[in-house]
Design a protein around this ligand. Structure first.
Ligand code: IPE
Ligand code: IPE
Ligand code: MG
Length: 250
């Protein structure tokens, strides 16, 4: 069984500070374009926002922060931009892993991972191992991640491990094989950059997350903007299928 129950099977506790915040960091290219800079300058600047938001989540005592860094569809971008993003990811891990370790942050990378260059795959392994024992914030980077891939790979792994389930299985059987089985489902989903779509992010896990969209471009997003998103989350009534009256009685 998964450590955390599914929002569709059992009703989760409604918490003031989201335990798990998942973010689609969008708008880097447009941020750069507005300044007549190349798109990649926006990605570089976006990395600074990542630092600020990680620190803000530590300060706010968020337990899990998940950042969508590269989707399974982003391979479709121009080769130069893909290479730049890969290099940026590699350098960021090299440079930041000690700082993460010192701050008791556990780093996780989720995604296919088998399409990365060996150097990056090695660095992913090393960085995860180096921070595995930490019990502060769990920072997950979704890289070459796609929500449909996740559901398919989980199903395949489950059936390989438990062939008898081909006869039939339930949510609870599948959950432990999903890429983020170590985390509760996101309480709060944020997408910066103005688009209102999920873009194949955590399809399964976002079933009952509160959604927050902002026009702010990712390089302009900061701790104050995160607090605004959390303030919006705190006004939401999380009913999980029940009525308001039932919530008042509970
Ligand atoms: C998000 O910013 C970063 C990645 C997808 C890697 P974009 O690069 O998508 O920026 P826009 O949407 O073009 O502005
Ligand atoms: C989603 O952003 C993926 C990441 C932020 C990593 P995109 O900019 O790639 O999304 P679409 O293509 O506009 O939906
Ligand atoms: Mg985009």
């Amino acid at each position: 069984m998964s450590l955390f129950s599914s929002s569709t099977v059992a009703i989760p506790d409604a918490v003031q500070v989201p335990r798990h915040v998942a973010i689609i960091m969008d708008g880097n290219g447009r941020w750069a374009k507005k300044r007549f800079m190349p798109r990649v300058a926006g990605h570089k600047r976006g990395l600074e926002t990542v630092r600020e938001i990680v620190q803000a989540c530590v300060d706010l005592r968020v337990d899990y922060l998940t950042l969508f860094a590269f989707s399974s569809e982003n391979w479709r971008r121009p080769q130069d931009e893909v290479s730049f993003l890969m290099q940026l990811f590699l350098r960021a891990m090299e440079r930041e892993v000690n700082k993460l370790a010192d701050n008791n942050i556990r780093l996780k990378i989720v995604g296919r991972l088998d399409r990365f260059e060996p150097q990056i795959a090695e660095m992913i392994e090393k960085s995860q191992a180096r921070t595995a024992a930490n019990n502060g914030l769990t920072l997950t980077i979704a890289a070459d991640y796609g929500g449909r891939w996740d559901i398919l790979q989980a199903t395949q792994h489950m059936l390989k491990a438990r062939p008898e389930l081909v006869q039939g299985f339930e949510e609870g059987d599948l959950a432990p094989y999903l890429a983020m089985s170590y985390a509760p489902e996101p309480d709060l989903f944020i997408r910066t950059g103005g688009e209102q779509r999920i873009s194949n992010f955590l399809l399964w896990q976002l079933a009952y997350s509160e959604l927050y969209f902002t026009d702010t471009l990712w390089p302009d997003f900061d701790a104050k903007a995160l607090k605004q998103a959390i303030a919006s989350y705190q006004t939401r009534e999380r009913r999980f299928g029940r009525t308001s009256e039932q919530l008042l009685d509970a």
